[in-house]
Write a protein that binds this ligand. Structure first.
Ligand SMILES: [Zn+2]
Ligand SMILES: [Zn+2]
Length: 321
């Protein structure tokens, strides 16, 4: 992957500078120079993560400023969500979507070649996609989004899984920072889910982290504390804050959960779970314990484990279905 180091865009230059001045000495000291290419890739995608957070701020902050839905004097719960976002987008996500995905793909390709098989790729399955990288990129996004719809819907169907996912729903002060407010075990499941799909359809290692970056940027926007929708047609093309808020809304009597999609509403429309009629509801999970609602990072994670344990010991918990 040394070709990565020859790139001259601002991100590569900045990553090269950080790498030379800070990372190489550490790697050298720790006798880890075999990891130099991977380490450079991680710095590069961590910088993309910083750019993503800045872009997210540039789009979502004005949205929340000028079309704000709710105002809260105490914003500590929002500060915790900011912590989740920075940790995930700049630290964990580049590590998993680039470093781990690259390693897994190298291993899978080697294993399949040894067994006399060719690695799976979308272009090999559909040769018409050869030489059409933009169309292929869009199809990768559609496939990952469809997989995410089912992951999310299933997480509402199993009591043990919802015990973890309930941390995401416990937030009563939902903002564009809330997308990453997840239990670590729920994140682990999501990463395994995405990595498996990415390997099965042969997403190139440089494209996988960029796809996740783009999808998560749009997902953050859908959590914005803003009275924003894209109109009758637009809401059916791309998920708006209004559409996703209906998923987070406290359910009224007789209502069931809806709108599981992350980026495109097509899967909800196709599988009968879309509801475009719900207005901007109050968010939260009435069955959540106080630590899950307003605790810090550790308190929220602990609350997720306790709810998981309560379920395992046979005591009931609520699943939003
Ligand atoms: Zn959910
Ligand atoms: Zn959400």
């Amino acid at each position: 992957m040394l070709w990565l180091c020859g790139m001259t865009d601002p991100f590569s230059l900045a990553a090269g500078w950080l790498y030379e001045n800070y990372l190489v000495p550490v790697l050298y000291q720790a006798d880890l120079m075999a990891w130099e290419d991977i380490a450079y890739g991680w710095v590069l995608f961590a910088l993309y993560g910083v750019a993503q957070v800045l872009l997210m701020l540039a789009i979502c902050w004005p949205m929340e400023r000028f079309a704000r839905l709710e105002t809260w004097p105490d914003r500590r719960a929002v500060a915790v969500d900011i912590g989740y976002t920075l940790l995930n987008r700049i630290g964990v996500m580049p590590l998993v979507t680039f470093v781990l995905f690259y390693q897994l793909q190298v291993w899978l390709n080697g294993f399949l070649t040894d067994q006399g098989f060719v690695s799976p790729t979308l272009e090999r399955l559909f040769p018409v996609l050869m030489g059409r990288p933009i169309v292929t990129f869009f199809i990768y996004a559609l496939i990952l989004d469809c997989a995410d719809y089912w992951r999310h819907r299933l997480s509402h169907s199993f009591r043990w899984w919802y015990a973890l996912h309930s941390i995401h729903h416990a937030q009563e002060k939902m903002t564009f920072w809330s997308d990453d407010r997840n239990h670590v075990l729920d994140d682990v499941i999501a990463f395994i889910w995405f990595l498996t799909i990415g390997l099965l359809i042969g997403i190139p290692p440089m494209q996988f982290p960029l796809l996740i970056l783009l999808l998560r940027l749009l997902e953050s926007m859908s959590h914005a504390n803003a009275r924003v929708n894209f109109g009758r047609l637009g809401d059916r093309l791309l998920i708006s804050p209004r559409f996703h808020r209906a998923h987070h809304g406290v359910l009224a009597a007789g209502q069931t959960s809806c709108n599981y999609g992350a980026i495109f509403p097509y899967w909800d429309m196709l599988f009968g779970t879309a509801d475009f009629s719900r207005e901007y509801a109050r968010t939260g999970d009435p069955s959540a314990e106080p630590a899950a609602v307003s605790g810090g990072w550790f308190a929220q994670q602990g609350a997720g484990f306790r709810r998981l344990f309560r379920r395992r010991s046979g005591r009931t918990g609520t699943v939003r279905v």
